[in-house]
Every structure is written in C-alpha cells, then in structure tokens.
Write a protein that binds this ligand. Structure first.
Ligand SMILES: Cc1ncc(COP(=O)(O)O)c(C=O)c1O
Length: 398
C-alpha cells in the first residue's frame, strides 16, 4: 500500500484504540427511530407547509441555484427569506449563506481589521474557531462563560479593535452565554459582540427570535448575529443578521459568500415557510421546555450527571469515549437515536451523550426514549442521585 495510505490506516487504528472511531450510518426516509440526536427542534423539517413550499419552488426554479449569489443564484425567494429573517431577528438586514459554517467563517473574518483582537469562548463551535483562525487575527480563548476573563482580555488591549465571539446556547452542554453582561463589557471597551444563535433561534426569545433577542440586544449597532437555518428551521443554510453596512461589506468582500453556489431556491422557500411557523410556535417551545425539564429530572434522579439546559440541548456525562459509543449504540439498537460527543468534538476531555429535544417526537415516544437511555446507561455513569451541572473547562474546542 502507498505510504500515505498506510499512515492514514495507522492513525485510524490509534483513533480506534482511543474509542474515537466515527462511522456513517445511512437512514431511510421515515424510519421508526425516536430522534433525540438531530436538531429539528420544532419538527419543522417534515411539516407539510414547509415541504409543500419547497416542492413548489423545486418545480418552479429547478434543483439548484445555478450560480453564486452575485451571479445567477439570488432568487426572489432568497431575498424574501432575508427580509423575513431580518424582521424576525430585529436587525437592519440579513444575509443568507449556503450553510451556518460558511456564515460564521465570513462573519468573523469580516469583522477583522489590522490589529483586531478576537476574544473567543472556550466552548465555541468549530466554525467560530475556524473563523478566528482563518481571519489571521490574534485570538485569546477565554474560559467558558467567564465575563471577567473577557473584560481582562479587552482591558489588556487598549485602543485596539476587538470582537467578543460567543455562541448563545452552547451546542455541547446547552447552557446559555451571559449575553447581556458580555455586551455591557464589550461596549465599555468599544468592542463588538458576535453571537452564534444556532441553537437558540426558534427555541428561545420572544416569538422564538433567539438568545440575542431574549437578552434585549436585537438590533444593537455593535452586535452581529449568526445562525444556521438547519436546526429549529428544519432546512439548511446560514444567516448573518446585522446593520446594513456590515451586510453590504459581506456581500462585497465575504469569500464564503462570493465564491459559493447559493442555497437551492427550494430550501430557501421551505425555510421561509418554517420561519412563519417558528414565529408562531410558542406552544411548541413550551413543549420543548417541559420535555427538557422532564429529561433532567428523570436522568438526574437516577444518578446521571446532566446539564441544566437553557434551551433544548441536554448533555449527559459518559464515563469515557468507549462507554459513550457503546451507550449510544445500545440506545440505537433499541430504536432511540442520541448524540454521542467525544473528543475532539467536546471542548474538554469529557465524553457525553447529547440529547436534542424535539417537539416533533410524540410525547409517549419521548418518555420511552428516556426509559431506554436509563436502561442502557453504564453502571459507572451513575453517581449519587441528583442533578450536577458539568463543570466548565478552559481548553479550546474543535
Ligand atoms: C453552534 C453552531 N454553529 C454553526 C453550526 C454550523 O451550521 P451548519 O450545519 O448550517 O453549517 C453548527 C452545527 O451545525 C452549530 O452547532
């Protein structure tokens, strides 16, 4: 075998020994698995109004966008979606990208000028971390949700442009960033605040407008919001919502906007329908909150270490990567899909099951899924009954 392939095999072997093998598992349409692993929080991916809107656009516009946004890829659907997102999020303008990952790369990069300091939370998503990296700017990684550390980092760089970079609801443990405090500190130092609202959009805030709106920061001139359209909105794509001047800057200079084929029009149409449903989805959000609380109560009472969720992500600590993999596999064998997070997808050395609660799952299926998770739990995952929030660690995640 060629040397480089043999070297890759050796690395795969090392990952396998550490319990870090990753494999793809295709699913069939409409499979009977109870899904606590996907991010379709409001069950909109299969909502008839969403799929009908996408189907109409599919026959009207064809399969793909046929070009980048600045060439032939901007349809009236993309523009209608951007207007609807700006209106919902309470910002001047919104710009749609073909994924949340690409939106984050552009959003971070676009805020960087010569001498900019980026202050990035230790639990930030890989796309924010990569945005910091490709921007080339000096980046200080601060301990998770530590406002004092952010203030200290900003104070140590007087006179320099700076951006505080954070998620609102963190993707691994589901906790909420102290957004109002971070904004106050950023403003005091003349810095900007960039918030990835991926796991909060549709789930928290007034009319589901997300964590930034919930913190009363919608439309602030020194706040830039990003989100994916693939979670509570059930579709695909990403958005940057910000003052008009910044959106114009991204249209004219954002590499992941300019050099990328636009989101397929059918997806834009489906997401546009999903935005209307999500805005009116207070009942679904109440159901999510009840289910998250029930999961925490039941799993915590059985002695599992469970995060205290601020939205619809619940994290359950596993004894190690192999145990997490086996636990998730046992659940899957019994018809329940749960997320399995191991390093390097965790911001610390702990492996977890991640449950993403969906209002699209039938109530009795959800309760049965909790039974299955408990029955499959390794003995070593249990401690004294009770709820203990996982502790924050300070290493950079990836
Ligand atoms: C917090 C966060 N930001 C960004 C993304 C990337 O979004 P997308 O999947 O649309 O690329 C994800 C995951 O999907 C995420 O969890």
């Amino acid at each position: 075998m060629a040397d480089w392939l043999a070297a890759l095999d050796r690395r795969a072997e090392l990952r396998a020994r550490a319990g870090l093998t990753r494999t793809l598992r295709p699913r069939a349409a409409g499979d009977a698995v109870v899904d606590l692993a996907g991010n379709d929080y409001l069950g909109l991916a299969t909502h008839p109004e969403v799929t009908a809107a996408a189907a109409r656009a599919l026959s009207g516009y064809g399969l793909g966008a046929t070009g980048s946004r600045l060439v032939r890829g901007s349809t009236d659907l993309h523009h209608a979606l951007e207007d609807a997102l700006a209106d919902w999020l309470g910002t001047d303008r919104a710009l749609v990208f073909s994924s949340g990952y690409l939106a984050n790369l552009a959003a971070v990069r676009g805020l960087v000028q010569p001498r900019t300091l980026l202050v990035s939370d230790a639990h930030n998503h890989a796309s924010l971390i990569d945005g910091c990296r490709i921007s080339g700017a000096e980046t200080v990684v601060t301990p998770h949700a530590d406002v004092d550390a952010v203030a200290a980092a900003l104070a140590a760089a007087p006179g320099r442009p700076a951006v505080v970079v954070t998620e609102s609801v963190f993707s691994v443990d589901g906790d909420l960033a102290p957004l109002a405090a971070l904004h106050a500190v950023a403003r005091r130092h003349g810095a900007l605040l960039l918030v990835d609202d991926a796991h909060a959009l549709g789930v928290t805030g007034p009319d589901g407008a997300g964590g930034v709106a919930a913190a009363g920061l919608a439309g602030e001139p020194d706040v830039v919001v990003t989100a994916t359209l693939s979670k509570a909105l059930g579709g695909a794509g990403g958005v940057v919502a910000a003052p008009a001047e910044y959106v114009r800057h991204l249209v004219e200079t954002g590499r992941t906007f300019i050099f990328d084929t636009a989101l397929p029009p059918a997806v834009a149409a489906g997401v546009l329908a999903a935005v209307r449903l999500a805005r009116a989805g207070d009942e679904l959000r109440a159901e999510l909150a009840e289910r998250a609380a029930l999961a925490v109560r039941r799993l915590g009472a059985a002695g599992l270490e469970v995060s205290a969720p601020d939205a619809a992500v619940v994290s359950v600590t596993a004894p190690g990567p192999e145990a997490a993999t086996a636990w998730a596999a046992d659940c899957r064998d019994r018809g329940v899909a749960v997320g399995c997070f191991r390093p390097p997808s965790t911001p610390d050395s702990r492996s977890r099951l991640r449950l993403t609660i969906s209002a699209g799952v039938a109530g009795q299926d959800f309760e049965r899924a909790l039974d299955v998770i408990l029955e499959c739990a390794p003995v070593s995952a249990r401690s004294e009954p009770g709820l203990r929030a996982p502790q924050s660690r300070t290493k950079e995640g990836s």
